[in-house]
Design a protein. Structure first.
Length: 292
């Protein structure tokens, strides 16, 4: 296997929370134990939801927890040309099509029915660009490092949006293009993105891009049983090292790493040094868990 290259890729629509911390920490530990590269990519392709202020807070939060990235930070907001080039290739291959339909029009369907596959339903209206999931790689099968064999038929998930009507690029296309461009070969992320992987595998196949290894982590849940998220107003992580210490220890527990009790009051550097040396991803259970 080529040298390990991992990444953490947050969206700056708000500060990081405990769920973000466990994802970043697992990715960081996996890379550091392998002696690999760990990149930070800011996925700011949706300007109305993202802000430079949140980007700055995210960097300060990661620094407080000792999660220092390698190399310059990658920003998606200036990657338009690369995404357009990829979309053009998909269009030329007959794997992407313009779609005028609104979500309201197909809200009674479980997935988008593909009404615009053969021709735009409402010519003259703004269009999004969608992936022809029925014509791409099917089925999609991969070995997840935690979940084992994963098998999906992307056509059962619908035609994912690649570029929105209002202009911004969609996550699926941007993440695939950037992972390949940065040489990312190990992706450690939350299981909420598991069902995004089939579309991303279709895009990798269609664009002749390398396929990384995937490791989907258990989700961190709030007391109400819902995933911790910015939308659910999960508390923001601190930006001071002193305040980060107990949360870092709790994150190691949440990742089933069994840190010794005396590590609870140790500095961030001491905790990370122990965690890198003892990182055992095989301990991670399959079930999601309530965050502290």
């Amino acid at each position: 296997m080529s040298a390990y290259r991992g990444r953490f890729a947050p969206t700056p629509s708000g500060p990081l929370h405990f769920g973000s911390l466990t994802a970043a920490l697992a990715s960081f530990l996996d890379a550091r134990q392998a002696g690999g590269h760990w990149a930070l990519r800011i996925e700011d392709i949706d300007p109305p939801r993202c802000s430079p202020e949140n980007t700055d807070i995210i960097k300060r939060q990661l620094t407080a927890f000792g999660l220092c990235w390698d190399g310059p930070v990658r920003y998606q907001h200036d990657r338009h040309a690369a995404y357009q080039q990829a979309l053009n290739r998909l269009i030329d291959a007959g794997l992407a099509y313009p779609c005028s339909c609104s979500r309201r029009q197909w809200q009674t369907h479980a997935i988008y029915p593909g009404w615009c596959r053969d021709a735009v339903c409402e010519p003259g209206k703004p269009v999004a660009w969608r992936l022809r999931s029925d014509l791409g790689l099917r089925p999609v099968i991969w070995q997840d490092r935690r979940l084992g064999t994963c098998r999906f038929d992307p056509a059962e998930l619908g035609d994912s949006v690649l570029k929105r009507k209002d202009g911004p690029w969609a996550y699926q296309l941007a993440v695939v293009v950037d992972d390949a461009d940065q040489g990312i070969n190990q992706i450690v992320r939350g299981a909420d993105l598991l069902d995004n992987t089939p579309w991303q595998r279709q895009l990798q196949h269609a664009l002749d891009l390398p396929v990384p290894h995937y490791f989907h982590l258990p989700l961190m849940l709030g007391d109400d049983g819902h995933k911790l998220s910015k939308q659910n107003l999960a508390p923001a992580l601190p930006v001071s090292e002193q305040q980060a210490r107990p949360l870092l220890f709790q994150a190691l527990i949440a990742l089933d790493q069994l840190p010794p009790h005396e590590l609870a009051s140790a500095s961030v550097d001491e905790q990370l040094s122990w965690a890198i040396a003892h990182w055992t991803p095989e301990r991670l259970r399959c079930n999601d868990r309530i965050a502290p």
